[in-house]
Ligand binder design. Structure first.
Ligand code: SF4
Length: 296
C-alpha cells in the first residue's frame, strides 16, 4: 500500500486569517462577550477550539444572518470568513454592537466586482449555492439585479441580447462545474463579461487532485458543511477515482474497507485543521505497517 499526502491541502490563508482575527478580537476586548455570527469557518473542531477560548458561535441554518443577529444583544460580533451583507453590518452597529469582519479578501474582492458592475448598469449572474453564506451575502447586494445560478436550469431566458451582463461565482466552486456553466452562459449571452473567481486556495487544492495518477482511493478530510471540502470529493469522483470518501476525522475511517487499496491519496478542505489530517495519515501508516508485516 502507498499513502499519498496530497499537497497543497488543509488550511488556506483566509481561514488562518479569520481564526487569527477572532483570537486577536478576544484579546482586544477583555471582559466583553464575543460572538461569531454563523460558523467562522465550516469546521466544528475549529468552532469548539474557539469556544474553549471564550469565543462563542451562534448558528442556525434555518435562520438568515439578519435574524440570527437579533439573538446577540451585547459585546462584539464577528462576521465569518464567507462575507456578510451590508445591511446586517448596519443593523449590528445600530444595535450598539462592536463589529469585526473576518471575511476573506478573496470573497471581498468578488463582492467589490459585483458592486462595480452594478454601478455601471450591468445585470449580474452569480454562480453559487443558495444556502451558502458566501452566496447569500453576494446576492444580498442587490437581490433584484443579481440572479443566482445553481444549475444551467437557472439561466434566465428573458434577458435581451443587448442586456449588459457580468458573470462571477462563489470562490469555492468546482472547476469542472464552473467551466461547463461558464461555457453555456458564453454561448447564450456572448456579450457577457465573465470573471471566474474561484480562489487560488480552492484552485490549487483541486488541481492537486486532478494531477493524481493511478490512485484507487481518495480520502477527503473535512466538515460535512464545508463546500470546498465537498468540491474536492466531487473533483475526485469526476476524475474517475474508484473509491472517494469524505470523513470528518480519523474516527470515521473504516480501515477494513481500505485493505484492498494500493494507492490511497489523502487531502483536506481549506477549513480542516492539520491535527485531523495528521491523525488520518497516522492511522493509514499503522494499517500499512500491519499489512506489510503480514506479507513478510
Ligand atoms: S477557501 Fe478561498 S475564499 Fe475561502 S477563505 Fe480560503 S482563500 Fe478565502
Amino acid at each position: 500500500m502507498e499513502i499519498i499526502n496530497v499537497i497543497p491541502r488543509g488550511f488556506c490563508k483566509g481561514v488562518v486569517r479569520a481564526i487569527e482575527i477572532a483570537k486577536q478580537t478576544a484579546k482586544a476586548y477583555p471582559g466583553q462577550k464575543i460572538t461569531i455570527l454563523g460558523e467562522l469557518v465550516h469546521n466544528r473542531f475549529v468552532v469548539e477550539s474557539l469556544k474553549n477560548e471564550g469565543i462563542e458561535t451562534i448558528e442556525d441554518k434555518s435562520l438568515s444572518r439578519m435574524d440570527l443577529l437579533e439573538r446577540i444583544t451585547e459585546g462584539v460580533v464577528i462576521f465569518s470568513a464567507h462575507g456578510i451583507a451590508d445591511d446586517v453590518v448596519a443593523r449590528a452597529k445600530a444595535k450598539g454592537l462592536i463589529t469585526v469582519n473576518a471575511a476573506c479578501d478573496d470573497v471581498l474582492h468578488t463582492q467589490e466586482l459585483i458592486k462595480t458592475y452594478l454601478a455601471q448598469g450591468f445585470r449580474i449572474l452569480y454562480i453559487g449555492q443558495r444556502n451558502h453564506p458566501e452566496s447569500q451575502a453576494a446576492i444580498s447586494i442587490d437581490p433584484l439585479r443579481i440572479v443566482l445560478i445553481e444549475t444551467l436550469d437557472d439561466l434566465p431566458k428573458s434577458f435581451e441580447q443587448e442586456t449588459r451582463i457580468f458573470v462571477t461565482n462563489q470562490t469555492t466552486m468546482s472547476q469542472y462545474d464552473i467551466r461547463q456553466i461558464l461555457s453555456s452562459i458564453g454561448d447564450t449571452y456572448p456579450q457577457a463579461i465573465i470573471s471566474d473567481e474561484i480562489c487560488s486556495a480552492t484552485r490549487t487544492r483541486q488541481e492537486a487532485i486532478m494531477n493524481l495518477e493511478n490512485v484507487d482511493c481518495l480520502l477527503v478530510v473535512g466538515d460535512v458543511r464545508s463546500n470546498n471540502t465537498a468540491m474536492l470529493a466531487k473533483i475526485g469522483l469526476t476524475k474517475g477515482i474508484p473509491h472517494v470518501e469524505r470523513i470528518e476525522s480519523a474516527d470515521e475511517l473504516d480501515l477494513s474497507s481500505l485493505r484492498g487499496s494500493e494507492r490511497i491519496a489523502v487531502t483536506a478542505g481549506a477549513s480542516t485543521p492539520y491535527f485531523l489530517i495528521k491523525q488520518v495519515l497516522d492511522s493509514l501508516e499503522t494499517l500499512k505497517r500491519s499489512l506489510d508485516s503480514a506479507v513478510r
